[in-house]
Design a protein around this ligand. Structure first.
Ligand code: ADP
Length: 255
């Protein structure tokens, strides 16, 4: 009867779904262990390169020192990509846990601003920081710094000769006390059609898709998941060439 056929189909679909979930889990676990294994030798490449650079600087000629600097830069870039992959897999497996403390977000923003200032200056971009909130929020300091670094790195990467502004204000959402952090830039911006794809994993958009073979398109996916793990939200608006604003809202208390 039709009823039996529906029952059989439902059963088949449930089995197929279970198999697909198992395969996806196996892929994520593979990715997590691979990323972990890749990090160990890479850390030794970075460590030994730095040791040679520091200890033998006066014995090496300029070309060798330049070559070592390239090894150091690329190895660090690779480490960043592997760390992103590891974090994404941990999030997928539900294994990423926050280590909550009281964080002075204003101080963290000032540090991150100083870290990016030289890179922005080389591109003729000015960086402003406007903090109107100086309290503490309950958050995982390392993960929060990662979010800020991802947003700042993109703002610097996609802005030439313009302006980057970082703002922090107090803002409650549905009566929950929180803070809003905005990273604004006047760089190339993002086309309306691309906005909704931005937070997808492995997604690069616009010209960047062709021009930046090095990026993995994981930064914003990770940013979104880390913010959501903090029970916050992230959004973006962009007027290409004029103003792009990434806004992160976070509750002041996690519980
Ligand atoms: P990746 O990890 O490769 O840097 P992201 O997930 O951080 O990738 O960013 C995805 C894409 O979003 C980028 O490739 C770029 O096209 C776009 N994007 C992100 N931030 C900005 C920005 N501030 N201005 C313009 N485009 C941006």
């Amino acid at each position: 009867t039709i009823e039996d056929q529906v029952k059989i189909k439902t059963c088949e679909l449930a089995l197929a779904k279970e198999a697909a979930e198992k395969a996806s889990m196996a892929k994520t676990e593979f990715l997590a262990s691979m990323s972990h294994e890749l990090r160990t030798p890479l850390n030794s490449v970075i460590g030994f390169t730095r040791r040679v650079m520091n200890r033998s600087a006066n014995r090496l000629d300029e070309r060798s020192l330049d070559a070592l600097a390239v090894v150091d830069r690329n190895a660090n870039h690779l480490l960043g990509l592997i760390n992103n992959l590891l974090d994404i897999s941990k999030l997928d497996l539900g294994k990423l846990e926050l280590s909550l403390t009281q964080v002075a977000l204003d101080e963290m923003l000032a540090e991150t601003k100083n870290q990016f200032l030289p890179m922005a200056e080389v591109k003729g971009t000015s960086v402003q920081l406007e903090c109107q909130f100086h309290g503490l929020i309950e958050a995982d300091a390392t993960r929060l710094r990662q979010v800020i670094i991802n947003l700042m790195a993109n703002a610097v990467k996609f802005t030439v000769g313009g302006e980057i502004k970082i703002c922090l204000v107090e803002k409650s959402v549905q009566k929950v006390p929180g803070v809003e952090l905005r990273v604004e830039d006047t760089g190339i911006g993002i086309a309306p059609d691309d906005i909704e794809k931005l937070f997808n994993k492995f997604q690069k958009v616009g010209r960047e898709e062709k021009l930046n073979p090095e990026g993995t398109g994981l930064g914003l996916a990770l940013t979104k998941e880390l913010v959501e793990l903090h029970k916050g939200t992230v959004s973006v608006t962009s007027e290409p060439g004029k103003l792009t604003v990434f806004s992160v809202w976070l509750p002041q208390r996690h519980g």
